[in-house]
Design a binder for this molecule. Structure first.
Ligand code: AQP
Length: 332
């Protein structure tokens, strides 16, 4: 990585709508951990967003805390990344309003995640409908260069850029725009990770795999992955199999273990049960250190509190600066 990227700023976040899962890891968290060595990082817990689906305060508190612990367990280092809760930087809700006032309604009408979520049973609230505006405010609030996200979030980053442009057009000048336009950073090899039912792996769809599960329930969970009924002796197609797709996303497409497993699919003579065992071993190996770190973090609440205090303090400085700039530009 060259010096020119060393100071680039990154923002991303995850909703505490349930346990973090392999989809969050493959699409987003792995990038956070890699980028923290070369970028200025703002990584938050999207608690206001989770209110669109979580209705129990105790669950909200527990999930929120758990996301922070899991960020740290996956390898985020608070010495390298500002880790904070969305509710500790409530200025983003003001920014969301400023953006809502320049947001044409049709921009929300065409956001596909609203319909997907309502179809899956999440209440059709105005919060859910305007979720991409709050997300745009989160992103624009720290002037980031890059937003590492999973493939499913591509449209929301486009909406963020649209809203920034509209606000800049209304209240900025070409030489002095109010908001900086960020770029989505989406891993080409990650795609949208499927869950045990073959649909997008998702916290609120009940189809996710939690890499921190105890070994026995983890094995049981992986055995539940839906496969087709090709008999053991017949050749199988790895690319269309959910087990293989998850394996490839974790190990990486160029890893020899991935090509070896693909070979076994194509050769025939391997049942899906064997592929599931291989996936289970991979998960236990890949997350071995993270699982140990998580146990230690669960016993150190004081440390987690300190990480959040420091993170919120740093985030507020930057978010205050951006919010003041937007207010002033709009004549407030
Ligand atoms: N299945 C997935 N494949 C790849 N990336 C994924 N991400 C989520 N699921 C997958 C990425 O994880 C980040 C945080 O997601 P989020 O929880 O804030 O929102 P989401 O995409 O709506 O995730 P869920 O699990 O589906 O949450 P619920 O069920 O509450 O809506 C994002 O970068 C996302 O791309």
């Amino acid at each position: 990585m060259t010096d020119s990227t060393a100071t680039k700023r990154v923002l991303s976040g995850i909703q505490p709508s349930g346990q973090l899962h392999l989809g969050n890891y493959a699409g987003a968290i792995r990038q956070f951990v890699e980028m923290q060595h070369t970028h200025e990082m703002y990584i938050f817990v999207a608690s206001y967003h989770a209110l669109t689906s979580v209705r129990d305060p105790q669950t909200m508190r527990q999930n929120t805390r758990q996301v922070v612990i899991d960020y740290l367990a996956f390898g985020l280092d608070p010495a390298k990344a500002h880790i904070y809760l969305q509710q500790d930087v409530p200025q983003v809700t003001e920014l969301a309003w400023l953006l809502a006032c320049v947001c044409p309604k049709h921009l929300m009408d065409k956001a596909t995640s609203y319909k997907d979520k309502v179809d899956k049973g999440i209440a059709a609230s105005i919060g859910l409908y305007t979720y991409p505006i709050l997300q745009a405010a989160d992103i624009l609030s720290v002037d980031p260069d890059f937003v590492p996200v999973g493939e499913d979030q591509r449209q929301h980053i486009e909406i963020t850029r649209d809203l920034a442009l509209k606000f800049n057009h209304a209240f900025g000048t070409e030489d002095d725009p109010v908001f900086k336009l960020p770029e989505a950073m989406i891993r080409a090899d990650a795609g949208v990770l499927p869950g045990v039912d073959g649909q997008k792996m998702s916290a609120s769809y009940g189809n996710f795999i939690d890499p921190f599960m105890a070994e026995k329930p983890l094995r049981k969970r992986i055995m539940k992955i839906v496969t087709d009924s090709t008999p053991v002796e017949e050749a199988k197609t790895p690319e269309t199999c959910t087990v293989f797709q998850i394996f490839r996303a974790l190990a990486g497409p160029d890893d020899p273990r991935t090509s070896e497993l693909a070979e076994r699919y194509r050769a025939g003579g391997m049942g899906y049960g064997d592929a599931k065992q291989a996936l289970c071993e991979l998960i236990l190996d890949h997350f071995g250190d993270a699982r140990k770190r998580r146990e230690a973090l669960m016993d150190d609440p004081g440390y987690v509190d300190q990480v959040l205090r420091d993170g919120a303090e740093a985030a507020r400085v930057k978010v205050d600066e951006v919010t003041s700039r937007a207010r002033a530009a709009a004549g407030l």
